[in-house]
Design a protein around this ligand. Structure first.
Ligand SMILES: [Zn+2]
Length: 178
């Protein structure tokens, strides 16, 4: 199938993954949110860095280990400054790092992820069914967000979910770049 029109978007999370934990404050399972704050502890010539999470109900905190007892030289200097400054972008990057979360045995709660669909170029969004069928959507998903394809297509093309489902079965409308 040849396309007359290509539109490109990037999907970015509005916040980091929540993690599900047993909360001693709530006496049960609860979602913890990434506060965007780091804690740095220097002990002799060893450094610990944690990313602070907080129970969304009772505000109990949990420290997610980013670095544990490492030598100062093992931490890139630029990052060290950003830890001390509670750099929000870095906190999001670590909070979306599935390998880091797995090392901490953190259970990712990605049910209610909020995201933004940002156009990567001047997109010509198709207006009618005929145009839609000749349009290819390329979506860059740098954080590997789990999203339903029909939901994305309906949001991008501003059509109903059922219409989006139908279009998806008719051809390869959507390409996702992870
Ligand atoms: Zn709690």
């Amino acid at each position: 199938m040849s396309y007359l029109n290509t539109i490109e978007y990037r999907i970015l999370p509005r916040h980091a993954y929540k993690i599900q934990r047993n909360c001693s404050g709530c006496k049960g399972k609860s979602n913890y949110i990434n506060t965007g704050n780091f804690r740095v502890n220097a002990n002799g010539n060893r450094i610990d860095v944690w990313l602070i999470y907080q129970c969304e109900k009772c505000r109990h905190t949990y420290n997610l280990t980013v670095y544990e007892r490492v030598k100062p030289t093992e931490i890139p200097e630029e990052n060290y400054k950003r830890f001390l400054a509670n750099d929000a972008k870095l906190a999001l990057e670590y909070g979306m790092d599935k390998a880091l979360l797995a090392r901490n045995k953190a259970f990712i709660s990605d049910e209610d992820m909020e995201y933004d669909l940002l156009p990567k170029m001047q997109n010509k969004v198709p207006k009618c069914q005929e145009e839609i069928l000749k349009t290819q959507i390329i979506l860059e998903n740098p954080y590997g967000l789990k999203v339903r394809e029909d939901k994305l297509v309906s949001e991008i093309l501003k059509i109903s979910r059922s219409k989006a489902k139908k279009i998806l079965t008719q051809g390869k409308v959507l390409s996702i770049i992870w």
